[in-house]
Design a protein around this ligand. Structure first.
Ligand SMILES: [Fe+2]
Length: 272
C-alpha cells in the first residue's frame, strides 16, 4: 500500500514547517500535564520514557484477538454501529463534524470528543471472551476507553488528542480486516526541527494483532479501499508502570525486527 498525503495534509505540514513553535509548545504542555496529572511525576515514568521513548511502534506480546464467528460479529456490527459526529477538537486534532468512520463504543471514562454509542452490555453478552481479553491484555490499572472504529474514508495523517508522554501508550487492536494489504501507518514527526519521515505500515504478524505507538512523536493515519472492511479497537488506559515495563521489555525482544525506532531525541519533540 502507498500513502499519498492529501492537499490539506501538505498545507498543514507547510504551516508546521513555517512555525513549528506552536506544535512544539503544544506537545510540551500536553506532556507536562500528563506527567503531572496521570503519572504524578513518578520517577519510574521518567525512566520508562528514557527506556522506551525511541520505540515509535511496537507489536505487543499479548494473545491474538480472534473473532469467534465472523458472520455473527458483522451482523452485530451492522445493527449497532453509527456514524458519529465530532463535538470537540484541539490543536493537534481540530477538525469537527461528521466522522470518517463508523463506531461502537465499549467504554468511555475519559474524553468525549465524539458523540458516544455505548453498546457495552450487548457486546459483553454476545462476545464475552473478547470483552475479557480487552480487560486482560493491557498493562493498565484501569482502562479509560475502548472504541471500535471502522473507516469509511481515508484517515488523513494526525496525532490523537490523547497520550502525550514519551513512550508508546496508544493501544490498537486490529480486530477485523479484509484488506489484502496493510492500511494503517505511522511516521516519525519531530517538531524541532519539523520533519516528516516516510510512513511505515503496521506489520502483519501471525501471533499478535495488538500494537502500541508513541503519539507524542508520531503521526498516524490510514488509506482506504471501499471494497474492504476493517474494524480497529482504539484502547486507552492508566498505565501500570511495572506491568508496562515487563510487557514492553518482552514485546521489544520478541518483535525486535518489527518495531519502528526513532533516530531522534526527546528534545526534538518538546522543550525539556
Ligand atoms: Fe487517530
Amino acid at each position: 500500500m502507498k500513502y499519498i498525503p492529501s492537499e490539506n495534509a501538505l498545507t498543514a505540514r507547510e504551516q508546521h514547517y513555517n512555525d513549528s513553535s506552536k506544535l512544539l509548545n503544544h506537545l510540551s504542555s500536553q506532556r507536562k500535564f500528563q506527567l503531572d496529572h496521570f503519572l504524578k511525576n513518578n520517577p519510574k515514568a521518567f525512566e520508562i520514557e528514557q527506556k522506551y521513548g525511541k520505540y515509535l511502534l511496537v507489536p505487543l506480546a499479548v494473545p491474538l484477538f480472534e473473532i469467534p464467528d465472523k458472520d455473527h460479529f458483522m451482523t452485530w456490527w451492522e445493527a449497532h454501529a453509527i456514524r458519529p459526529t465530532k463535538q470537540k477538537g484541539d490543536y493537534v486534532a481540530s477538525d469537527l463534524g461528521i466522522s470518517p468512520f463508523e463506531s461502537v463504543d465499549l467504554l468511555q471514562e475519559i474524553g468525549d470528543d465524539w458523540n458516544l454509542n455505548l453498546q457495552t452490555e450487548s457486546f459483553k453478552k454476545e462476545f464475552p471472551k473478547l470483552w475479557q481479553q480487552f480487560n486482560d491484555s493491557f498493562p493498565c490499572d484501569k482502562l479509560y476507553s475502548i472504541n471500535l472504529w471502522s473507516s469509511v474514508q481515508p484517515f488523513t495523517e494526525h496525532r490523537d488528542s490523547a497520550e502525550m508522554v514519551d513512550f508508546p501508550a496508544s493501544f490498537r487492536v486490529k480486530l477485523y480486516d479484509e484488506n489484502p494489504e496493510e492500511t494503517l501507518f505511522v511516521f516519525d514527526n519531530p517538531s524541532n526541527p519539523y520533519t516528516c519521515e516516510e510512513p511505515t505500515f503496521l506489520p502483519r504478524l501471525p501471533s499478535t494483532n495488538t500494537y502500541v505507538w508513541n503519539n507524542l512523536r508520531t503521526m498516524h493515519g490510514s488509506v482506504y479501499d471501499q471494497k474492504y472492511k476493517k474494524i480497529l479497537a482504539v484502547v486507552a488506559g492508566q498505565v501500570n508502570l511495572d506491568r508496562y515495563d515487563e510487557l514492553l521489555s518482552r514485546s521489544t525482544a520478541i518483535y525486535k525486527d518489527n518495531c519502528l525506532i526513532s533516530k531522534h531525541s526527546l528534545e526534538n519533540y518538546v522543550n525539556i
